[in-house]
Design a protein around this ligand. Structure first.
Ligand code: ADP
Ligand code: MG
Length: 448
């Protein structure tokens, strides 16, 4: 049996054994790559995914494999941005679909496209430059293009997006994409194996050379020398070069001056951390991509607390998905808080509860907490109660039924009525609006 059939059989067994949600979340995205000796090699979307599957489903997979007889007995995970053979790439790549004979450059991540890249003021210019380069590679003014900025802000994504675009629009062009680390390792191993000519050829054949993380070249004299020659040769032939770096090239130490001045001879564009609106848009896109339905207030909440790094936004979504699928719970506020706490660690203080909200409202309105949850219909008490109910819904995301229970066993229609009442007053009464804003700020700050 080949890897595809082995995996098909394994999946059909597991599908019956695991909850549907878990199966769909964790098994549908896996692609079998090959059988290598005793190992079945599986491609997974990211590191977290492989850890999760390994931790929770390893036993299931292994026992199923065993049941299939003489096949592989171990599992190896490969992250999809790592090298995978050209044949395995066929399923979700448009270029390959439209032209089955076309093989993709190794190391190109097909998911990193321009359409999956959310644009905001922080990255607009970088995206526009990358798109211009993809449209007409080799044009002098954008050559080389250097995209620089902090960790997790989309540099690698843009680099691969250029590759993915050119694969479709100019399939004849040879694209070579590599991290500078890979360039270095290739170079070193070519020396060891006396194959430097082959090494040079593989890089100098490129029509488009895409090199990720050039800061890795710092202090590697001999590799820089090699890269300098590769760079010059390609540049003189009018080939496009795009590089990414963790800082402005001019600020890199440990690079030869002549290399630096080459890097700076084209265009350097930066990517900055996303602003609030962009973070919300990114979260919505990632949630949709993962078929995850997130209430808007949850998205806002995450966007408020994770600010500097798109990778963290993304992994929060993946973790939410993981928790929800494992414990089969809906994604609600308490779960989101739990996940954010895991991420943000000690900077997060204790939870607030419905009781905390009630006592805060009691303080501010001079109504006793006992009265707020009690039966009295006096106007100021009823208003304080309605406000507390509304805040429990907004800040804690509690269900109406649960809220009703906190308020002396009222039913959910009463809770719903309170929320609506407060929302209406908020629209018309500016002073009330300000008070609620202050309480919300106070309390939501306490949540984290
Ligand atoms: P960098 O190379 O700058 O460290 P990456 O390109 O690896 O960052 O981005 C980290 C993750 O965040 C990737 O999964 C990428 O797809 C995602 N990402 C970054 N910026 C955006 C964006 N503007 N829109 C959508 N996804 C993004
Ligand atoms: Mg990167």
């Amino acid at each position: 049996m080949d890897h595809i059939n082995i995996w098909k059989k394994t999946k059909s067994v597991l599908k019956d054994r695991l909850p549907t949600h878990a199966f769909e979340t964790w098994f549908e995205p896996i692609k079998p790559l090959e059988v290598n000796g005793p190992q079945l090699v599986l491609q997974v979307p990211n590191q977290f995914f492989s850890e999760w599957v390994d931790l929770h489903y390893r036993k299931h997979i292994l026992s199923t494999l065993e049941g299939l007889g003489d096949g592989p007995k171990e599992i190896k995970y490969v992250i999809s941005t790592e090298k995978i053979g050209p044949l395995e790439r066929t399923t979700d790549n448009i270029a390959v679909k439209s032209n089955p004979k076309k093989t993709l450059p190794p190391y190109l991540s097909t998911g990193y496209t321009f359409s999956a890249f959310i644009e905001g003021p922080n990255n607009q210019f970088a995206k526009a430059a990358a798109q211009a380069v993809a449209k007409s590679p080799g044009e002098q003014s954008f050559n080389p293009l250097v995209i620089y900025g902090g960790v997790g802000l989309g540099k690698t994504h843009l680099l691969h997006a250029i590759g993915n675009e050119i694969v479709i629009t100019a399939p004849k062009l040879r694209i070579v994409i590599a991290s500078s680390e890979k360039f270095t390792l290739d170079f070193i191993s070519s020396i060891q194996k006396n194959r430097t000519a082959e090494f040079s050829k593989s890089y100098r054949n490129a029509d488009v050379l895409l090199i990720d993380d050039i800061q890795f070249f710092q202090k590697k004299e001999q590799t820089q020398e090699q890269f300098f020659h590769t760079f010059n040769e390609l540049y003189q032939l009018g080939r496009q070069i795009v590089m990414t770096a963790d800082r402005y090239p001019g600020e890199m130490s440990g690079l030869q001056d002549r290399l630096l001045s080459r890097f700076q001879s084209g265009l350097s564009v930066d990517v900055q951390p996303p602003n609030y609106e962009t973070r919300v848009a990114i979260l919505m896109e990632k949630a949709e991509k993962n078929s995850l339905e997130l209430p808007y207030n949850v998205i806002e909440f995450i966007a408020t607390h994770i600010k500097n790094n798109v990778r963290d936004l993304e992994s929060t979504i993946i973790r939410l998905l993981a928790h929800a699928s494992l414990s089969q719970v809906d994604i609600d506020f308490p779960l989101v808080k739990k996940v954010l706490k895991e991420r943000l660690g000690d900077t997060v203080s204790a939870d607030i509860s419905a009781e905390d909200i009630i006592s805060r409202v009691a303080d501010l309105t001079n109504v006793r907490a006992d009265d707020i949850v009690g039966p009295s219909r006096r106007k100021e008490i009823a208003e304080a109660r309605q406000l507390s109910v509304y805040l429990c819904r907004e800040l804690l995301g509690l269900s109406l039924a649960t809220i009703g229970m906190h308020f002396g066993g009222r039913d959910h229609t009463t809770a719903l009525y309170s929320c609506k009442k407060v929302q209406t007053t908020l629209k018309t009464d500016k002073r009330f609006n300000r008070i609620v804003g202050t309480i919300k700020d106070d309390l939501s700050f306490a949540i984290l």
